[in-house]
Design a protein. Structure first.
Length: 114
């Protein structure tokens, strides 16, 4: 299973950015797709998660600002990030869970300037 993340970049505080994650190589439905992030000097943290049934969960720090979604016909997950803050600056990773296995994409850097 391979994950290809894209969409990172530089944006001013208050702006928006969208990330995409294409999942390939799986014959089975992905149980969960998640977006994680890791800021310099910090541990990787869960940002948002979506299940195969489209149930979602968010870190408190992004609730109301970020939206995770998935298009199963395109094997793609999305993370729409609005009202970005400098503290959202991090490398963002997509993750796919085909239980009991975990798969990670390469990171994409999001930088929010103040």
């Amino acid at each position: 299973v391979q994950l290809q993340a894209s969409g990172g970049g530089l944006v001013e505080a208050g702006g928006s950015l969208g990330l995409s994650c294409v999942v390939s190589g799986s014959r089975f439905s992905i149980d969960f797709i998640g977006w994680y992030r890791q800021a310099p000097g910090k541990e990787r943290e869960l940002v948002a998660l979506i299940s195969s049934g489209d149930s979602t969960d968010y870190a408190d720090s992004v609730k109301g600002r970020f939206t995770i979604s998935r298009d199963n016909t395109k094997n793609t997950a999305y993370l729409q990030m609005n009202s970005l803050k400098p503290e959202d600056t991090a490398v963002y990773y997509c993750n796919a869970k085909l239980l009991p296995n975990d798969y990670w994409g390469q990171g994409t850097l999001v930088t929010v300037s103040s």
